[in-house]
Design a protein around this ligand. Sequence first.
Ligand SMILES: Nc1ncnc2c1ncn2[C@@H]1O[C@H](COP(=O)(O)OP(=O)(O)O)[C@@H](O)[C@H]1O
Ligand SMILES: [Mg+2]
Length: 579
Amino acid sequence: MKKWLSDQSIIVKLMVTGGATILIIIVLSGMTMAYFFNKSYTAGKIHTIANSIERNVFLARIAEKDFVKNDLVDTNFYRMGTSGHLEDNRIHISKVRTEILDLIELWSGAKERMARELLALSDQYRHLFSEMVKIYREIGFKDWGLLGEWRQAIHNVERAVPQTNHSEFHEAILQLRRLEKDYLLRGDEKYLQEIEIQLTFLRSLISEIDNIDRTATRQEIDRYEETFKQYLLLQKKIGRTEKEGLQKDFAAVIAKMKPAIDYIYSEAKDENQKARQALITASIIIYLLGFILGGACFYYFARSISTRLSGLKDAVLKVGQGHLDTQMAADNKDEIGVVTTAFNKMTTDLKAITASKKELRILSSKILDAQEDERKLVARELHDGIGQALTGIKFCIENGIRKLEDGCPISQVKEVGKAIPLIRDAVEEVRRISMGLRPSTLDDIGIAETIFWYCHQFEEIYKPTRIQTSVEVEEGHITDALKTAIFRIVQESLNNVAKHSRADRVLLNFHDEGDRLELTIEDNGVGFEEGDQSAEDTGDKGFGLASMRERAELSGGTLSIHSRLNGGTKLTATWPMAT
Ligand SMILES: Nc1ncnc2c1ncn2[C@@H]1O[C@H](COP(=O)(O)OP(=O)(O)O)[C@@H](O)[C@H]1O
Ligand SMILES: [Mg+2]
């Protein structure tokens, strides 16, 4: 991946790293958000359920109170056994039950325990309330239940005894009813005893009254007493006030339910708030992390680009100061990498150009020196060779002329004859000099023969060095300028063999290879260490190798020299041929 990235352009890198960062942030934030959203959603649900529990308990209790207030004094309830308020109460309290079960599903630990407790309390509430409703219905109202029955019984007693004849009896019944009402109203036990006494009194009166069905009347009084006692029992069971019987239990359950609901409600609210807070905190952290991650990536990216750019700037400045060796690592293929590679190539080229400029300067000064040496040589040759000969010839001719003027017969003048070998020598000398400067044989008999001739000469002079020569070329394919270049290379190369190599064998091949001309000159001499002859060194050494290369290149070819210490030296020059 790193390798792949380093090969891309800056814009691709920017997009890939930026895209990857954004993706990481999206995935991370998505996962975290999903987790916290889920938590928050559950907490919200719990809060709603807790709200609904509180509301349903409240509505159930309103229905319960409405029932007590309205339905207990309405015969419909006693007739049907149920009522709208009772139905409402049942609906709300069963809703509470399912909602608490939902909470138990969602909660655990202390909160779950509290929810279970509330479930138990709501079940108790339902059970106690339905018990009480059953008792209320049994007690009844007006013509219904126990109240209805004992009213009917006492009416039957009243009706059994005609009013006009027995005012005392009716008075006693009235008194009984008053006591009964007092008891119902005040609940004082003393009324019960008085009722007991009053009933005994009524029974005694019945034995005194004639013309009535005593048995039936007594039975009715018994029924009255019986139902009243049953009423008392039920009343005791249900309790007269909230401090007695079922009412007490009911009140206790309600009293316990309230804090449980409050606890559940406040826990749910708390949990909801905490979940929201956690969601907000998580979002902030995710965004901060995103900023930090994105910022870090951007910083890393910008820094890597700016470091590389400033490295490039430093390198350019160094080159400007003349440090042409400056090179930079180009391990990247982006735009900066491309510029770096171009920079490296530029400095290499610049270094080569500078070196070749220096070499050129040295060469031109050497050429001037060589020209001067050549002139000196020519002057010396002319002076020592032709000058001597011409002086001799002048001397002979002057002597001859003087003798002729003195009247000496021409047959006696031998000096002119003596001049002839001198003139021959001079002609020979001129040829020798001119061959040394540029062999005329090159034009007359061609490059192959000239090479053979030169090698022969060489062997004559530098005995015992032998040259094995093989030349196979088409003269017509080689221009005069190229012939001169080739000859000079052969000359200089063999000069070096003589001067430096101490070789005794030289192989010289000059062949037409179809697409190219190839000249190789190989000796078995002492050789030299390659590199010692580099362009910079030419200042101290000769310029033979450099000038050979220059000649080869100027004539459109190439030249290379391979040498090893004690391993001989091989020169190869090649010229491409138009095919
Ligand atoms: N055939 C050779 N054998 C051994 N050394 C050689 C040969 N040719 C060249 N050299 C080495 O290379 C050097 C450079 O040669 P050249 O440029 O012709 O300069 P010069 O001949 O004037 O010294 C020589 O001084 C010599 O040390
Ligand atoms: Mg030389």
